[in-house]
Design a protein around this ligand. Structure first.
Ligand SMILES: [Zn+2]
Ligand SMILES: [Zn+2]
Ligand SMILES: [Zn+2]
Length: 153
């Protein structure tokens, strides 16, 4: 994983904002880096941190996730269950982008990742047509997963 690079970007962005590089900020980011692809709720991130650093509270984890998101190092995913999940972005040419799109099963709630991104062309098209410079995009697909499709048949 490119964790070191992402950590460098975090240090840089904190410095830009005049914020300190603290242990909890590095920790929250590293938990997300180590669990990339698992879409963690704040409570789950907290649970991981608790194992090694019981002195860090849930409120701190919440605040840190929010900050990481503002700095665009972390993406949040809002699902129908009202639970916000977080995942680390994907480092591309020194900037963080989303790493994949999400296919969400309406029956079992499973999140499947879809890596192919065919939207760059659309972004170029939007920019040409409107002059709007697209930085990133977000896309969710709702449906039924393979397992759920197999049931009741
Ligand atoms: Zn994801
Ligand atoms: Zn399903
Ligand atoms: Zn995309």
């Amino acid at each position: 994983m490119k964790q070191k690079k992402v950590e460098g970007l975090l240090r840089e962005k904190l410095k830009d904002r005049g914020l300190k590089v603290t242990q909890q900020r590095l920790l929250v980011l590293s938990v997300l880096a180590q669990n990339s692809g698992s879409h963690m709720a704040a409570e789950e991130v907290y649970g991981q941190i608790q194992k090694g650093y019981p002195e860090i509270g849930l409120a701190t984890v919440y605040r840190t996730l929010q900050l990481l998101q503002e700095m665009q190092l972390v993406d949040s995913i809002y699902l129908d269950d009202g639970c916000v999940r977080y995942e680390m972005g994907h480092l591309f040419e020194g900037e963080m982008k989303h790493s994949h799109h999400h296919l969400i099963c309406r029956k079992c709630g499973k999140i499947i990742q879809f890596e192919d991104d065919l939207l760059e062309e659309l972004e170029v098209h939007i920019e040409k047509a409107t002059g709007f410079h697209v930085l990133d995009h977000e896309l969710k697909f709702y449906g039924e997963c393979k397992d759920c499709m197999g049931q009741g048949r």
